[in-house]
Design a protein around this ligand. Structure first.
Ligand SMILES: Nc1ncnc2c1ncn2[C@@H]1O[C@H](COP(=O)(O)OP(=O)(O)OP(=O)(O)O)[C@@H](O)[C@H]1O
Length: 255
């Protein structure tokens, strides 16, 4: 579980995060949504420990980040997996080389142990024949699977995903969302996903945090978001014609 308590983050005179408090539970897919510039990436970087808030605190399974020593912070960092926007694979490494990288860097496992773990996670993300391929030889959806395999290879307690669906067609995007949700439940991970994708909100939004201008404007579940009267949320969610029609149908069905 991650508990965020009243965090503020500024860059010079720009006050980006303005007192955000929330809780992300273990085994749930937690989504952070909001318009461009609302502070989602800065927020995710605070969760990752890449930015330290000037005020407030973040608590990881009972441990306050501010109280941790440098060594404890490094240990915590190794409990975090990250799926970057655009996958961020190393082009010069094969698929298995990419997935093995964190094990090679941070563990003392033997080559055989690392290979077993890599084979296991690649199978878990349904990539069986791609071990020896390079990123340039596989599709965008497969790259995301490799990025997910690399993010979970160290058995993380926390999984952070920045726009995991960017650049994918809607069908592949749903498969990737479902894979992240399955893995979250299977390994009881605390997962936080930054997204713009309303399909993700509908499909896997067990908890949704809506940011607006650096404030927490709203939070709730995917069932609640379609019923809320919060104007900022509805303007965001129903910005497309398709979703406006879905809402209309929902209201008509209720009446
Ligand atoms: N390192 C930085 N230095 C100064 N300002 C920054 C820095 N990082 C982000 N900002 C500012 O913080 C604000 C929020 O940016 P952020 O990237 O978190 O938005 P976002 O919600 O993730 O947007 P998008 O959906 O477009 O990725 C922006 O005004 C941005 O210019």
């Amino acid at each position: 579980m991650i508990e965020v308590e009243n965090i503020h983050k500024s860059f010079g005179d720009t006050h980006v995060l303005k007192g955000i408090s929330t809780t992300f539970e273990q085994g749930k897919t937690n989504l952070v949504i909001g318009q461009s510039g609302s502070g989602k990436t800065v927020f995710l970087k605070c969760l990752l420990g890449l930015f330290e808030p000037e005020q407030g605190n973040i608590c990881y399974n009972g441990k306050y980040y501010a109280d941790l020593s440098t060594d404890q912070r490094r240990d915590l960092r190794q409990e975090m997996g990250m799926v970057f926007q655009g996958s961020a694979l190393f082009d010069s490494m094969t698929v298995e080389g990419n997935v093995m990288f964190p094990l090679d860097m941070f563990t003392r496992q033997t080559k055989a142990e690392m290979q077993d773990r890599v084979d296991f996670v690649l199978e878990r993300v349904n990539l069986i024949d791609a071990h020896k391929k390079f990123p340039s030889e596989i599709s965008g959806g497969m790259k995301k699977r490799v990025a997910i395999a690399r993010a979970i290879v160290m058995n993380p307690k926390y999984l952070f995903c920045d726009e995991p669906n960017s650049g994918l067609d809607p069908k592949t995007a749903i498969l990737i969302d479902n894979l992240i949700q399955e893995i979250t439940k299977e390994y009881n991970i605390t997962t936080v996903i930054n997204t713009h994708d309303m399909n993700s909100v509908m499909e896997i939004g067990e908890k949704i945090l809506f940011l607006k201008d650096g404030f927490k404007e709203w939070e709730g579940t995917n069932k609640e978001i379609f019923k809320t009267d919060n104007e900022a949320v509805t303007n965001f969610v129903y910005s497309s014609e398709l979703f406006k029609k879905v809402r209309q149908m929902y209201i008509e069905e209720r009446n």
